[in-house]
Design a protein around this ligand. Sequence first.
Ligand code: UD1
Ligand code: UDP
Length: 397
Amino acid sequence: MSPNVITTPVRAMLVLGTRPEAIKLAPVARAMAASPLFEPIVVTTGQHREMLHQMLELLQIEARTELDVMRDRQELSTLTARLVDGLGEVVRAEHPDVVVVQGDTTTALTGALAAFYEHIPVAHVEAGLRTGVADNPFPEELNRRLIGRMARWHFAPTPRAAEHLTGEGVPAAEVFVTGNTVIDNLLWVLGEGGGRNHFESGLRRVLVTLHRRENQGDKMRAMGRTLWRLADRGDVEIVLPLHKSPAVREALLPELTGHPNIRVVEPLGYLDFSATLAGCDLVMTDSGGIQEEAPSLGKPALVLRSTTERPEAVEAGAAKLVGTEPEAILAAAVQLLDDRELYERMATAGNPFGDGHATDRIVAQIAEDFGADADAAAADDALAVPQSNGPGSYSTA
Ligand code: UD1
Ligand code: UDP
């Protein structure tokens, strides 16, 4: 078969390795598995171990290949090397028609790179997010910029993300505003039901997650002490599902253990996490995905970071970028708990990250660009690969 001709179904390799990638690619995997136009091939890199396995049932299909790259306290350089090596082999062995990566992790970067080296076109889900600061978040801002240089399809969650890409020289015809698949998955999971809300008291319920590399160390310890002071109000219950990262545990556990109103729990499965999010009053987080989910459920979010690549929620009034200084964090939380009007404004600001149909748009676009349609699938006709798939037509702006 000539390299420029394929037959249906389109063989789409979904590469994922961390918790958020599994969550955000799950609806794509489910949709492709349900379509006669696609053969989804899930490759898990194992960049995360327990936290990834917790999420895999969301995909509803078995992983074809599992790499097992995670190491305790892994360094970015060695993780990257293991991933390029392992994924290169998998891409060569499977030779898919398209490789789909999501977001800005080391898995996503190396998945795109391994595909690029084998002249396989890359689809980037959640493309175009930018803080504008090359090393914040570290290393994700650089990762997503680099993936943007390699991808053939850029699925931007918002118009602003799309503008970032076209502003960087990506051809507009390769950029599609779809919404974020995290919303599709959240709505699907809540519709399925069955999750447990982990708040236990009748107090004000504050859900906290922290994990970012740039927050680890002294900053995170200080955040832990700030949460303790917040819990000292006496009218607040804090639930904190603790990231598996040893650096996060070392920073937070000594600061949070022993307070009667703070419950540090192991990472929650998605059913329980979404039920707990739906059951909280407010969120304090440095997570990316939770900044998107909280406004969908009407939960005000305080973002404990100095930058965000998701300013849409802040501009809509659903989230507030409070920075990493203890006094600013405490003041923002206290204000939100005490000012009913402010709380209501934030809780009703709405969700700027999509309508729950991002996946449909992504899957339909890839199918269309491969010339795949239901009739063709039935006839198992040969399909033309999009002309821009060759390495010469990758965006190099
Ligand atoms: C990575 C992503 C980040 C994402 C986060 C999601 C990169 C560069 N960063 O963070 O964008 O927000 O995942 O959570 O890819 N660990 C376990 N078990 C697990 C997962 C992690 O023990 O299931 C421990 C390991 O010791 C590992 C450490 O946590 O070395 C950190 O994991 P890593 O994937 O390197 O996290 P980040 O790079 O901080
Ligand atoms: N999440 C979860 N269980 C938890 C904490 C988070 O299922 O205990 C989900 C959350 O709903 C969101 C995703 O994990 O969709 C966010 O992952 P994380 O914060 O690790 O990564 P980021 O989004 O910052 O890349």
